[in-house]
Design a protein around this ligand. Structure first.
Ligand code: GDP
Length: 327
């Protein structure tokens, strides 16, 4: 495993090419690559900690513009920024909106930034593992901030929130009934709502939208992991690069408070447990589909269930027994 220790060393040094290669390795589905990836992650485990920020918003709300301006502001302060994307549409079509090369052009040329598009995978479960492991690699490579971007479609947001320290929701100014557009579940996982496009003609609408969200957030149940005043809504203009410093200060204040009060550590611990359980679930499902004998048994039991000769619960129990049997 000389190759792996060299790769680990390259990643620790912050070598971007080594980091890119390491991410390619963890994205590979090949069994031998998987073993190497595990060894690599183990070698790098817990070496450094970044601030992991989840970011979500519907297409067109300004995510790439925001990441570019916000990322440039952070690198301007001497911080190293990594951007990872989770694009649920690429899991179905193979084409990735978030993988578009023309996005974040300035940031992608910044030597202190690292941008990686969404892995294309058949299931969100696979994407989750790969993104989570990529976050760990970016941390190990010395990035101070890891931004994990996703498009607003529920399931992928929950997944990104499960690997973030802070979760941002980007929204655009709109008229009247826009609050209905944001699902309650997403409001509940957001730590900061950023109302983007607060510039030019859109400024009055943005200000109104921000006030509406401030009101709506006050109605949510107080969460133990929040200091007074959080979650909160803020105005930004990604295009005019306004409000970004203030937003960053709020993020830092929230992160510091959570660290000082044990919530940060508790959240990471709960996330680690969650991903462990997910991995077990994932592994069991993989065994179900990879093992021809078990697959045949499942097919046979499924036919019996469909035919009415066996109850679903009894059939499931029989299959689980087969899984448990030593091979
Ligand atoms: P994404 O699909 O969420 O990544 O959105 P983009 O960053 O591609 O932005 C979508 C459109 O909104 C583009 O035409 C941007 O120029 C525009 N946009 C993004 N941020 C702002 C902003 O702060 N103000 C204004 N006026 N337009 C913006």
């Amino acid at each position: 495993m000389k190759k792996i220790s060299e790769l680990a060393e390259g990643v620790s040094r912050g070598d971007r090419r080594a980091l890119a290669r390491a991410i390619t390795l963890i994205e590979s589905a090949r069994a031998d690559h998987r073993a190497e990836a595990t060894a690599l992650l183990d070698a790098l485990r817990g070496s450094r900690q970044a601030l992991r920020i989840g970011l979500s918003g519907t297409p067109g709300v300004g995510k790439s513009t925001f990441i570019e301006s916000f990322g440039m502001m952070l690198t301007g302060q001497g911080l190293k920024v990594a951007v990872l994307a989770v694009d649920p549409s690429s899991t179905r079509s193979g084409g990735s909106i978030l993988g578009d090369k023309t996005r974040m052009e300035r940031l992608s040329r910044d030597p202190n930034a690292f941008i990686r598009p969404s892995p294309s995978q058949s299931q969100l479960g696979g994407v989750a593992r790969r993104t989570r492991e990529a976050v760990m690699l970016c941390e190990a490579a010395g990035y101070d901030v890891v931004l994990i971007e996703t498009v607003g479609v529920g399931q992928s947001e929950t997944m990104v929130a499960e690997m973030s320290d802070l979760f941002l929701l980007l929204i655009a100014p709109a008229g009247g009934d826009e609050l209905q557009g944001v699902k309650r579940g997403i409001m509940e996982i957001a730590d900061i709502i950023l109302v983007n496009k607060a510039d030019g003609d859109l400024k009055p609408a943005a200000t109104r939208t921000c006030a509406d969200y401030t009101g709506a957030l006050r109605l949510l149940r107080k969460r133990p992991q929040d200091p007074e005043g959080f979650p909160k809504a803020l105005l930004v203009s990604a295009l005019e690069e306004e409000g970004l410093k203030a937003a960053w200060q709020e993020m830092q204040a929230l992160a510091e408070w959570r660290k000082a009060n044990g919530h940060w550590q508790a959240r990471r611990a709960a996330q680690a447990r969650h991903w462990f359980e997910e991995e077990v679930r994932h592994g069991l499902l993989a065994r179900l589909s990879d093992d021809p004998e078990i697959r045949a048994r499942m097919e046979q039991l499924g036919t019996e269930v469909a035919g009415g000769s066996l109850a679903p619960g009894v059939a499931a129990q029989a299959l689980l027994e087969a899984l448990r049997a030593p091979k």
